[in-house]
Write a protein that binds this ligand. Sequence first.
Ligand SMILES: NC(=O)c1ccc[n+]([C@@H]2O[C@H](COP(=O)([O-])OP(=O)(O)OC[C@H]3O[C@@H](n4cnc5c(N)ncnc54)[C@H](OP(=O)(O)O)[C@@H]3O)[C@@H](O)[C@H]2O)c1
Length: 337
Amino acid sequence: MTNFIDPKSVPKRTLSTGEQIPCIGMGTFGSDRFTPDQVSNAVAGAIRCGYRMFDCASVYGNEDQIGNVFAEAFKSGVVKREDLFITSKVWNDMHGKGDVLLSLAKTLKDLQLDYIDAFFVHWPFANYHEPGCSGDARNPNSKPFSVERFMATWRQMERLVDMGLAKNIGMSSMTIPKLEAVLPLCRIKPTVIEMELHPSFQQSELFDYCVKRGIQPIGFCPIGSPTRPDRDKTEDDVVDIQMPELVEIAKAHHVHPAVICLKWAVQRGQIPIPFSIYENEYVSNLRCTVEDPLSDKEMDSLNSLDKNCRLIKGQVFLWPNAKGWEDLWDLDGTITK
Ligand SMILES: NC(=O)c1ccc[n+]([C@@H]2O[C@H](COP(=O)([O-])OP(=O)(O)OC[C@H]3O[C@@H](n4cnc5c(N)ncnc54)[C@H](OP(=O)(O)O)[C@@H]3O)[C@@H](O)[C@H]2O)c1
């Protein structure tokens, strides 16, 4: 079987701008496990195999290596710039006035691009933590969400669209109360929002809220991030790829349970951005979008597996008097101060 999947055969999603983008992308967060070169080699392989969307971020520490891969791919004619949908994100320590533009400038230089297809506010807080810090690390300067501070950052994001540097702007790890507060204030609305989405954490309310407003959900940790850093693990976390119903469906389709998570995601309508540096894995992740769909019954069964199990709890972004990670997610329906 060839490892090339014709990008034309991969289903597309249409953004509110009318632009078509692939129904799946590749994540590039190597976590603490892989070197930037291992990740960028995977990006090179993935382009050859037919991936046309890549989810990058400055904080992943590998944009310059990935930039070399993009430059080489354009030069050698493997792919044209306009055929790729490349995203990146401004990290929490670059929310200050003028910093968002500086952040994108650095990203564009590293990725060797003259525009980004979508630029995200990575987290709705300017709270910063040292890379690789432990789960209970707290920065005494951290603050709760503020509409004013967020909108000051968003105004800078809007300017990036005005300047032609970002085709789309997006938010990430938002909640409905936060969106309710900021969306009416946006001059340029987000066309895409990244959120954690996998079978045991379906966020149906947030998902529907976005879809209803023409905002395309992009699902991170689509396989339930089985190899995420220990600081992001707690005892009660569900392991998606071990859920018996999901494993049964995987057996019936003769694929790894990871692939079922992705089929579910694509058929539901979010854009999953799975990560893997292994060719056999990233090829099957792309291939599963073009063959052997899940039946309605299987989709119903997977839809019923939601356990409200958030994996990326974000506790390192908590402010000094916060009670716990739940405070980041506005669980009582209002913005937690
Ligand atoms: N916006 C945000 O704040 C945010 C937050 C988190 C993540 N993200 C983005 O989302 C991307 C994906 O999230 P993630 O990497 O945490 O989690 P994930 O994609 O759910 O899980 C990745 C892991 O799943 C395994 N895997 C992948 N394909 C497989 C296959 N076909 N068969 C078996 N195992 C497979 C791999 O494990 P092995 O390596 O052991 O094979 C891989 O490390 C990130 O890379 C990043 O781009 C964004």
